[in-house]
Design a protein around this ligand. Structure first.
Ligand SMILES: [Zn+2]
Length: 289
């Protein structure tokens, strides 16, 4: 797990610092522009029959409207939460994959930063009842926190979590400096959304021992990384070339300016297609933590 994290960070380090605040250090590289079918949205029929899945209230036809050829599969809340290895005292655990059984093909959606506030994505997330763990950076998301509140409240049980005040590389900061970034955003989010977030993601996936202690002191319960990062058309994997059970997926609130003309909903459709092609269901991260 440690090795994998270094792999992610190492792969991305070169461009990470050059990115704007809207980036998480995993820019959409030109090499990721693989041949992908353009989504062909078809009109919704207006049907609103709820599915049987406990975590999904998506209408039967919503998947067609958003360019999918089959309904999304949602994982029910697990009967028992998986055992997450405990960190040392005063530190939060680092999680990049949920330890589910090898045959439990479930993955988890996370969206970072919050610069782009695409109204079409609001509709898509609500129509498909996507359970999204959002990691928001105050400096880019706060211009319209109401946007993310709508996603939280759309019936999908999506959540709002901490991604620092200003998106710094935490490794360059002192313990106190890191605490300011993490606790500061905990307080901002608590004031705005009425709840202190349980989850924290360090910008660019960069952290050190001070981060784990600072996050713990700020009331965070887990530091969340990722195993697959959605680019424009496809995933970039921390290792291998396919999703694995329990993978946490990273995507961003990004618009055409950062996605080479692709809209956020087109990116999200391709992400969901890739998940479906590999036979995975979508779970709600917080149900497993
Ligand atoms: Zn980020």
């Amino acid at each position: 797990m440690k090795h994998a994290r270094r792999l992610v960070v190492g792969t991305l380090a070169a461009g990470a610092l050059a990115l704007s605040l809207t980036g998480c250090g995993d820019s959409a590289a030109p090499t990721e522009r693989l041949a992908a079918k353009t989504a062909q949205p078809t009109p919704a029929t207006g049907s609103a029959t709820p599915t049987a899945s406990p975590s999904a209230g998506a209408s039967d036809e919503a998947y067609k409207k958003w360019g999918l050829t089959a309904p999304l599969q949602y994982a029910p809340r697990p009967a028992q939460k998986p055992q997450i290895p405990k960190p040392g005292p005063g530190k939060v655990p680092v999680i990049d994959r949920i330890p589910v059984p090898a045959d439990d093909k479930v993955v988890f959606l996370t969206f970072d930063d919050g610069a782009e506030k695409d109204p079409e994505f609001l509709k898509m997330a609500a129509d498909l009842k996507l359970p999204i763990s959002m990691f928001l950076t105050d400096s880019v998301a706060s211009s319209d926190y109401g946007y993310f509140e709508k996603i939280r409240d759309n019936g999908s049980a999506s959540t709002i979590n901490n991604h620092t005040l200003t998106h710094p590389n935490l490794r360059t900061l002192s313990f106190e400096g890191q605490k300011k970034e993490i606790c500061g955003q905990q307080e901002r989010l608590e004031k705005r959304f009425g709840k202190r977030p349980p989850l924290f993601r360090p910008p660019f996936g960069n952290y050190n021992d001070d981060t784990l202690r600072a996050a713990s002191e700020c009331g965070v319960s887990s530091l969340v990384l990722w195993r697959a990062s959605m680019q424009i058309n496809n995933f970039q994997y921390a290792e291998g070339s396919a999703l694995k059970p329990g993978d946490i997926i990273l995507a961003h609130f990004r618009g055409p300016g950062e996605l080479k003309g692709t809209t956020e909903t087109q990116m999200a459709t391709r992400m969901l297609q890739r998940i479906q092609e590999q036979g995975y269901r979508i779970g709600r991260l917080e149900d497993y933590l």
